[in-house]
Design a protein around this ligand. Sequence first.
Ligand code: DON
Length: 324
Amino acid sequence: MPDLGAIVHEIAAEMRNHPEKGTVADYIPALATVPADRFGIAVVMADGPCHMAGDAQEAFSIQSISKVFALTMALGAVGDALWQRVGREPSGSAFNSIVQLESEHGIPRNPFINAGAIVVSDILLGRYEPREAIGEMLRFVRALAGDDSIVVDEEVARGEQETGYRNMALANYMRAFGNIHHPVEKVLGLYFHQCALAMNCRQLAMAGRYLMARGRNPDTGRSVVSPQRARRINALMLTCGHYDGSGEFAFRTGLPGKSGVGGGILAIAPGVASIAVWSPGLNARGNSLAGTLALERLVQHTGWSVFEPGLGQDQSQSQGSASE
Ligand code: DON
């Protein structure tokens, strides 16, 4: 078994000194002021231990990573009927693109682009009132992470509400096609609040454990989703979790991952580990630059790609080399 404690510290040191930091998102006012030099990593193992380094305990805006938790809740609410309103294909377009919606009749390509996540919010409003839905999501994420201190950052939510013209356009456009059923303001209110969840790397990696553990919450042993649904959410993260950078992310890490414009990434090594990294500087596709590199390094050290035969069985046999 590789020495994970040493590996995460080595990765954090490399990322701190990395010359390229990327660009911090500034279209959401509260995100623009986050220092670009932050870097955190947390690796929660299937058998319990959590290895952390850098700023792993500093909260950041999880943004689009919340789309994984919202999708999980919506599938719980309506099951596979969700797929009549949202596709399962990579978009090959930017996360906030509107172009495909016209020719595809208001059906977003997947639940992780903004348009898809807005439909997922609309689906949740079929079950809950807006305030109740935000409360349910918070309860859900807290239960997954085993941590009641997780909160929604109201300043981030307000900032998005005030500047989210593209999301308003997406929601209104889909409403015109009949794929948004509730008032756009309510749907976006929920969407902006879920994106404004503030979590640190440790909390995020803990919350992702059900995706590593065949759908079970390791704290309670209770099923969050079926093993099949956990596999399918992981498959969507692998193919769609980084928008038009999903192929590159899969090529470099071989792991299901979901990025957020706050600079976080949740990555899953099924059966082995739930991993969260955070570095606010983004690459051209809106995904964390150093976060992606850190995950690439982690896989080089551990061999934890889903394309590694026997992942989750004998890790001592599957270490990659740094020159891969
Ligand atoms: O709707 C938005 O634009 C943001 N709340 C979320 C976008 C996001 O995180 C894209 N990720 N890389």
